[in-house]
Design a protein around this ligand. Structure first.
Ligand SMILES: [Ca+2]
Length: 405
């Protein structure tokens, strides 16, 4: 079967197996693509696109499955060293939120590109713990410009990561993604025992890690905040280069054993002490969804002047430039009793004619909120104020930077 296109769908409350700690993960998929063995050209899905689709409140989200995963023994088989599964899968501009187990899983053969998705606030209950995105038995997959945020570890789960590379993966690239506010390692790399004899290879570069936590469950050994790996089988090879780490105090980036992994050119940064450089907001025009006359108070460089929304929900604040700027960090300074607790920052992608989200949070913003992200070039950004805890939103400054990393 070829050419499956899913666009502008809302997939929600697929609840079979929800919150029941089921053995196996075959239940409750929003979308599941199955490529069955025995291998047959007619049984392999090819050229699949998922675009601008929302998966929310499902047990599992999107699953691009190979045909030989045994949900009873939780094991894989790869006959003759060959990868199976779907081919040429693209997932883009989609949201995966509040999933119990697997939010976005690729078990694909080759040629897949996963970009500009938002994998957000997923909470898992099942055996593997929190795994928002996963790649299993995937070759030549590229993940880029995705945001993984506020994914939550359930109970005493040993995991809690944003992105899970597990078993048989080969030649996969993760670049220019944002991983922030995880409960466990941002990225888990594992070949488990069932991948003995197969190469595991990866390339992680130019990603941004911010406020990811170390999992303190010691039953599975050390768990750094950003990368964690364990290989009971064949030692993998990989590169981790040119990433930016904005860490919580005391956390570490890697496990103690880094054999087989080339680590170079990564930067440890702090949002409070780094050199921000030019605040591009000062040369922008500010507009707002309400009380527009005072919107200019958010980019006058003065914390004493403010803009307040008319209501406490569904408001926005925008910065427009006459020529494009490249940005990689936003900052919002709230004033007074403002209590924004559900918000996102978006930029305008003129070539695609859509707003792309680069930072999302369902948590209290605090007085000064820094939002480091992957770099993007645009002529306008906006802050979506979805809700406040109470009352209207009041903002003193909305700043935009291109921090040197
Ligand atoms: Ca101001």
């Amino acid at each position: 079967m070829d050419y499956l296109w899913l666009e502008n769908l809302l997939v929600h409350h697929i609840s079979e197996g929800r919150a029941t700690n089921v053995a196996g993960d075959a239940d409750g998929y929003g979308t599941e693509l199955l490529s069955f063995l025995p291998k047959s050209p007619n049984a392999i899905l090819s050229d699949v696109t998922v675009k601008s689709t929302t998966y929310i409140d499902n047990h599992n989200g999107f699953h691009d499955s190979m045909g030989h995963f045994d949900v009873v023994s939780y094991s894989y088989s790869v006959s003759g060293g060959q990868y199976e599964g779907s081919r040429n899968v693209t997932v883009q501009d989609s949201l995966f939120q509040n999933t119990d187990l697997w939010a976005l899983v690729l078990e694909s053969y080759t040629g897949n590109v996963i970009h500009n998705n938002f994998v957000h606030n997923n909470t898992q209950y099942c055996f593997a713990g929190a795994v928002a995105g996963a790649i299993v038995v995937a070759e030549n997959v590229t993940w880029q410009y995705n945001e993984f945020s506020e994914n939550v570890r359930a109970g005493t789960s040993p995991d809690g990561e944003h992105l899970d590379f597990e078993a048989f993966n080969h030649n996969d690239t993760v670049m220019f993604n944002s991983f922030h506010d995880s409960d466990g390692p941002a990225i888990l790399i594992s070949n488990e025992t069932y991948s003995a004899g197969n190469p595991l290879n990866f390339n992680f570069h130019d990603n941004v890690f911010y406020n990811n936590a170390q999992n303190t469950n010691t039953s599975v050994g050390d768990q750094p905040a950003n990368f964690w790996w364990f290989y009971p089988g064949t030692q993998p090879t990989g590169q981790i280069t040119s990433n930016a780490y904005y860490n919580l105090t005391g956390v570490i980036n890697y496990p103690s054993n880094t054999t087989g992994v080339t680590i170079s050119g990564n930067h440890d940064l702090s949002v409070t002490t780094e050199t921000k450089g030019t605040n591009y907001a000062l040369t922008a025009t500010a507009t707002a969804s309400s009380n527009n006359a005072s919107a200019g108070n958010v980019n006058d460089g003065n914390l004493a002047t403010t803009w307040s929304s008319a209501t406490g929900s569904n408001e926005w604040l925008e910065l427009d430039w006459t020529s494009s700027v490249t940005l990689n960090e936003l900052e919002v300074d709230q004033a007074g009793s403002s209590s924004i607790n559900n918000y996102a920052v978006q930029y305008w992608d003129a070539s695609a004619s859509l707003w792309r989200t680069v930072f999302t949070s369902l948590r209290s913003m605090g007085t000064t909120k820094y939002m480091p992200t992957y770099p993007f070039t645009t002529t306008k950004v906006r802050l979506l104020i979805n809700t406040t805890a109470s009352g209207v939103a009041t903002i003193a400054e909305f700043k935009a930077y291109n921090v040197a990393r």
